[in-house]
Design a protein around this ligand. Sequence first.
Ligand code: NIG
Ligand code: FE
Length: 408
Amino acid sequence: MKLIGPFSQLATLDNLPLRGALSDEQLNLQEGKGILISEGYIEEIGDFNALVEKADEVQRIPEGHVCIPSFVDCHTHICFAGSRAKDFSMRNAGKSYLQIAAEGGGIWSTVENTRKASGQDLVEGLKSRIEQLLRQGVTTVEVKSGYGLNYKDEIKMLRAIHTAQNTVSSDIISTCLAAHMKPKDFEESSERYLNYVLEEILTAVREENLSRRVDVFIEKSAFGIEESRAFLQKARILGFDITVHADQFTSGSARLAAELGAKSADHLEVLTDEDVAFLASSQTVAVALPGASLGLGEPFAPARKILDANGILAIASDWNPGSAPMGNLLAQASILATYEKLTTPELLSALTFRAAFALGLEDRGRLQKGMRADFQIYKADSIYEIPYRQGELKPCAVYILGTRAYGT
Ligand code: NIG
Ligand code: FE
C-alpha cells in the first residue's frame, strides 16, 4: 500500500450532503493527514504518522501543501475542429448567438469543420484539451458528440472519444449529442431528424458501446419541448441515461428534464423561480455553465437560489469552440461564486462529487475509504487560496487512481 502526505490541509468532502446549501464550517479542514491507497482506491485517511507503518511505500509531501479531490467536468464539447473566433468578435460587435446561428455561423460552422476532420485529427485535439484540463486538476471529463449530425460523423466523433481514452489517464465519459440541432442538409422536419437519430445513430451507438448517455439541445434554434420529450422517452427505453441543454435562452425545458428523471439539466441561465423550485425538488442535477455566460455575455444560472431550494448544483466548463471557448473550469466557477455568493464548500462540491453524481458516478469526488484515489495537491497554506486565486493557482500534482498523472 502507498501512503501520500502529510498535508498542511486536507478537505475530504466526505461529510457533505449531496444537495443543498453548505456553510463554511462544514468544510471540516484537517491537518497532518495522509491518504493510504490500495490498488488505486482509498484504503484509509488518517494521521500520517500513524499510517506510516501500514504502508509499503511512502511519498512525503513538504510543508505548505493542501489536498482536495480532483475535479469532474461534467459537461464539455471538446471534440471538435476549427475555431469560432470570428463569432466571438461578431457577438461583441452586437450580433446575438442565435442570429449568428441563423446566418450559418454558430454550431453549423463547427459541424462543417468537424465533418472535414479525420478521426485522428479529432483524437489529437481532444487529447491536448484533456491534458490541459488535467493540469487544472480535472481528472474526469464528460465529452459530447454533436458536431457530426449524421450517422457517419457522429459515429466518427464518438469513436474518436473512445480512442482518446486509450491515450490519457483521465476518465472520459462520452455523451451522444446528435440532437444538437437539425443539420442544414437534412431536408425533412426536426421530428423526422430526431427519429433518424434514434433509429440510425443511437442504435449503432448502443451496439458499438460508444456511449450510455443522450443529450438534446432544447431551444428555438434547435428542438422543441414536445418533440424532445418523445425523443428522450424513446432514448431512455433504448437504455440511455438522459441529460438536457435546458433553459439557456428560453425557459421550460429544465422542467421537462426533471419530469423525465434526467441525470442533469444544464445551462439554466433563464430558469424561472417556479422552475428553480421544481428542479431543486427532483433528483436531476442543476448544472451551471458559467463559461457559456462569460463567453456570450449572458446572465449566470441562479446557482444560489438552486442551493437555497435544496437542489443539487454542479458547475461545468461547457468548453466548446462557440459559446464557451475559455476552458478554465476553476476560473469560471470562482467567478460564478463571486456573483452568486457560493461558499467554498458549495464551490468545491459542485466541482467534485455533485458533478460526478450528474454523470451517475458515485465512486469519486470525495476522499474516503473505497473511493477512487483521484486528488490534487496545491502549494498553498490554505484551501481557501484555491477559489480566491480565481483559477490562477494551479495544482502542483494531480493523482488518478493513486498514481501521479501530472506534476511533481
Ligand atoms: O452548450 N447550447 C448549445 N450547445 C453548446 C454550444 C455549442 C457551440 O456553440 O458550438 C453550449 O453552449
Ligand atoms: Fe453545452
